[in-house]
Structures are given as structure tokens and as C-alpha cells.
Design a protein around this ligand. Structure first.
Ligand SMILES: C[S@@+](CC[C@H](N)C(=O)[O-])C[C@H]1O[C@@H](n2cnc3c(N)ncnc32)[C@H](O)[C@@H]1O
Length: 109
């Protein structure tokens, strides 16, 4: 499984409001996402996006128990504007772009 990088730093700097709405634009297998949603309070939500459908499926299974606070989108960065405008929310509290490579793209599971 892919190890999320700078996890402590991401949590400290991204989660400014635990009832906020966040977008993980590179959810991959959901390592960062799992740590983020586990800290969200009622009203909080994480939108999980990735261009790779097979990784998104892994993230969906991993985040199953948090289904009340996650949504998934199989999209690319170039389609993000439509995703965000379709959410009909006043504010997104934070975006995560983990622009490294996913180890599964090189070595498999
Ligand atoms: C380093 S991995 C993310 C790992 C993830 N943070 C985790 O904890 O498992 C980077 C991800 O970015 C995704 N990605 C790359 N280009 C993208 C694009 N244009 N739009 C959406 N996702 C993209 C890849 O499919 C890959 O899953």
C-alpha cells in the first residue's frame, strides 16, 4: 500500500475547521484521506477525486466506514471547476494536491 507523505504536516496545516468541506484532488489509495476524515466532526466532508479509477476503488473500500462524510469523483484536474461549482457549497476550507507519484503505479499492490 502507498505510504502517504508528510501526513502530520498535512493534518496540521490543512484542517483549519473540523466541520469544513475539503477536497483531496489526488486521493489515490486514500492514505491522506483516511487520516483527514477520521478527524472531521459532524458537518465536515471530504470530496475524494482522482483520475485513476482503479485507485479510486481502493480508496472507496478503505473509506467505507466514513461514507457519511466522503464523496468520490473520478475526474482530472481540468474538470475540477465543474466539480466545485456543482457542489453548491459556500466555501471549501482546503484543497490537497499530493503531486508525487503513487507507488502502485510502479510496483502494484
Ligand atoms: C502520490 S499519489 C496520491 C497518494 C494519496 N495522497 C494517498 O495517500 O494514497 C498522486 C495521485 O494523483 C493522481 N493524479 C495524477 N494526475 C492527476 C490529474 N490530472 N487529475 C487527478 N488526479 C491525478 C494519480 O492518479 C495518483 O493517484
Amino acid at each position: 500500500m502507498h505510504e502517504p507523505v508528510l501526513l502530520k504536516e498535512v493534518l496540521e496545516n490543512l484542517l483549519t475547521s473540523k466541520s469544513g468541506i475539503y477536497l483531496d484532488a489526488t486521493v489515490g489509495t486514500g492514505g491522506h484521506a483516511q487520516a483527514i476524515v477520521s478527524q472531521l466532526e459532524p458537518g465536515g466532508k471530504l470530496i475524494c477525486m482522482d483520475r485513476d479509477e482503479s485507485l479510486l476503488e481502493i480508496a472507496k473500500k478503505r473509506l467505507k466506514k466514513y461514507r457519511d462524510r466522503v464523496e468520490f469523483a473520478h475526474l482530472r484536474f481540468s474538470q475540477m471547476k465543474d466539480l466545485v461549482s456543482g457542489l453548491k457549497v459556500k466555501k471549501i476550507s482546503g484543497f490537497l494536491f499530493d503531486l508525487g507519484v503513487c507507488s502502485l503505479h510502479f510496483c502494484g499492490e
